[in-house]
Design a protein around this ligand. Sequence first.
Ligand code: NAP
Length: 258
Amino acid sequence: MVAVDLSGKHALVMGVANHRSLAWAIARSLHQAGATLCLSYAGERLKSSVEELAASVPGSLVLECDVTRDETIDAVARTLESRWGSVELLVHGIAFARREDLEGSFVATSREGFQTALEVSAYSLLNVTNRLLPLLERRGASIVTLSYLAAERAVPSYNVMGSAKAVLEQSVRQLAYELGPKGIRVNALSAGPVSTLAARGVRGFTDMLKKHAERAPLKRNITQDDVGKAGLFLLSDLASGVTGEVVMVDGGYSIVAW
Ligand code: NAP
């Protein structure tokens, strides 16, 4: 077996809300491989639960970062510049759409709802990468964001989040093209449905889980652990030749046509 050694590498993991978060699953894998972590959370509401998780990862930092507020991204960059001097691993596990835009009719999505979903769920990948670029290019870096099949297929109730994921996946390719010469790899991990805080906001999610397990070739739903391991692969040197890709981690669901 090839051992993954991330000791000496610094990982900023954005989008941990609680122990079910996909970003947390990747954070745990990175920690087990020896990386030093910084977990960022969106707002005061999540501070204590993220601090509690961070306590299980000795030496990790916890910083606030709401991606709709540039000053909080810049504050994270300044802190990591002074504490670490470089960031080699970046996990973007952030998405948001207004509840009414996930429950209502897609055709009736408001301008504001569309902008909010795309700003938080897709533009934030560019903006965070740009504001952290001096840190990311210092020793080369690997970036992973989290996507979903609704980027390329129509999925009931996913609505504007599908639009955001389509933009996110295009941004992964464009960023990978532009940042490759700087030694920065950018990939997306497209996860099958997993019960998390964000996922439970999608109407009919429980039914989606059931259908997914029935139809997927592996005959089960994926787990946080599946995501953690795939994230570790993409972020580590095991994937040193992979960039601009969307890697499906869905038990094979997306290859089936019936
Ligand atoms: P989660 O635990 O709820 O994580 C979503 C995170 O995004 C939360 O920490 C949330 O914070 C954060 N966020 C929202 N608005 C933000 C903002 N303005 N600034 C910073 N952070 C913000 O759910 P998850 O399922 O793990 O989601 C992680 C990623 O995986 C998302 O991109 C999601 O679309 C993707 N994904 C999930 C599934 C699934 O089935 N679970 C499948 C495929 C892809 P708040 O709680 O404060 O909003």
